[in-house]
Ligand binder design. Sequence first.
Ligand code: CO
Length: 195
Amino acid sequence: MPEIQKLLDNNKRWAEITQKEDPEFFSKLAQQQTPIYLWIGCSDSRVPANQIVDLLPGDVFVHRNVANMVIHTDFNCMSVLQYALDVLQVKHIIVCGHYGCGGVQAALENTSLGLIDNWLLHIKDIAKSHEKELAELNEHERINRLCELNVLEQARNVRQTSVFQDAMKRNQDVKLHSFIYSLKNGRITVLERDE
Ligand code: CO
């Protein structure tokens, strides 16, 4: 299994270099995590949270799923959000989508991919509610605009959750940000953010 051995070799080298650069790095992190960011992003292998914003282990609490969705009945995502707000007390929640998202594209096409079709129904709903705007665009623009609309919708979903509303009621200092990432140049654009 050379593919897996490669990972283990990489890990050994990385741990050695990291330890060499900062002998306290692992011992400090092992005691506790104090990230100030919660990142909700897409599972796409080309959009790794820490790497694209150049943050170290310990700096960002991460939840990723196909098409960076925040669904109120998704116990996994809701638990991450609750833990981030109540326990870690993160200062920023970032929903980051990306242009050319395969999940968004699949939702626009009527091809069946299996179980995931059900997950993507949520994006079909967003497309439906912006039908007019999307119909005026060409296919490429339509996918990318829906990627943006999806991020904005998911950020709204974060805001509507009971855990976020409770945090607001107790005047917790937390801001919500909607980001979109370009696979073409590695740059993030801010679509919307709390001031
Ligand atoms: Co994606």
